[in-house]
Design a protein around this ligand. Sequence first.
Ligand SMILES: Cc1ncc(COP(=O)(O)O)c(C=O)c1O
Length: 454
Amino acid sequence: MRKIVSPTPGACQSQVYSTVIERLQAREPFLWLNPAWKPAAQSLPSLPYGWRHVEDAAARLDRFAPLLADLFPELESAGGMIESPLLSVSRWAAGKLGADAQSAGTFRIKADHQLPVAGSIKARGGIYAVLCFAEKVAMDGGLLKAGGDYRCLREPAVRSLFGQYELSVGSTGNLGLSIGVMGAALGFRVAVHMSVEAKEWKKERLRKRGVRVVEHPSDYTAACAAARQQAAGDLRRHFIDDENSVELLLGYSVAVPRLRKQLQQQGITVDARHPLFLYLPCGVGGAPGGITLAAKLVFGDHAHCFFAEPTEAPCMLYGLLTGRHEAASIGELGIKLQTDADGLAVGRPSGLVGRLVNELVSGCYTVRDGELYKALLELEKDEKISVEPSAAAGCMGPERLLSTPGGQSYLREHDLQKNLSHATHVIWTTGGSLVPAEQQEEFRRKGGSLIAQV
Ligand SMILES: Cc1ncc(COP(=O)(O)O)c(C=O)c1O
């Protein structure tokens, strides 16, 4: 029997700590409510990042937009903006929730599985982190001026400067794809350290772009550590640290002001009478963390953010529960990352994100692979939306909230029941549009056989 480390004082008040540990160890799908949650007015002022950081990131992406439109023809019509649509999924919701769907408000999918250039939510943070570094190198090298036209970064002198640097990153696959694609497009050398979970097609896609793929027979945490170590002390190697990067976090956060605009365009209000629920797949935490930070900044207490993790990789839940964040490994619980949700197959959460969202996130729920496959098939059938298994984790959110004792008690504690019919539920689908047809077919086959076990 492994030793379970006890929680920091006060880490769990509303649910008994040992019961939660038992449920995690039993790989039980459940909703955990965060006892450290506080109203935004109390939690936000003490955070190191605020609205001006989100705005700064959005402005940087705007500066780069003309260059991105030149580099990627698929971005031309959007003027270089990398964004995904907000889709109505009422047919899916009705099939999934039955009568509950009608009384629970409106259902949307934030379709990051369709994000251009890199096909996953990691395009937001990963691409942004590369652009931050490119801007700094070009400015330090005297080849780019503040207020200048960023399209000059395509010039041979800049590309040859970029070519002197290697970007490196540890990844379960999708972050590597986004950094690899963007880095290579600008002329950087790129090394992606892939964990054992990373899918072969993601590695192949990167190799075709000239990216150096370093395969590790170990998990994501170890792949990151190897990449970090190789880059240490080498001024020509820039390590993008998925476990600790503020730039990644802020790149993800920009999704929220854009989401606000999309909601407005669709006539959807978010206020005290119209709560917003976000269901966010979580690996190391950067993507859902950046979105949660910005959602609380934009919508305050009207936004309720839930993280979704595999029962085989509930690292953020465990880090928050224990208050030990990056020091908490789910290996301590005997959990071994045996999940097909490769993007979420992470054993230790980001400490940066865990501390940041500690009082912001409403809760975390866990999902079985069988549920992910079921949702993947349902989305295809009802909405013609194809995602990869990790990206389907948000789909269980409404059911966990509306139909479990934990969800009911959250609705009661936050006095949300009376406004539920005016609520909006946003399920964030986080990856899938680049999945090769044979791989998607394999997901369908596997899904069909696993569904019986759900
Ligand atoms: C498809 C997909 N969804 C969600 C995530 C979670 O993002 P994060 O690891 O930043 O929590 C990942 C991470 O790679 C991913 O690939």
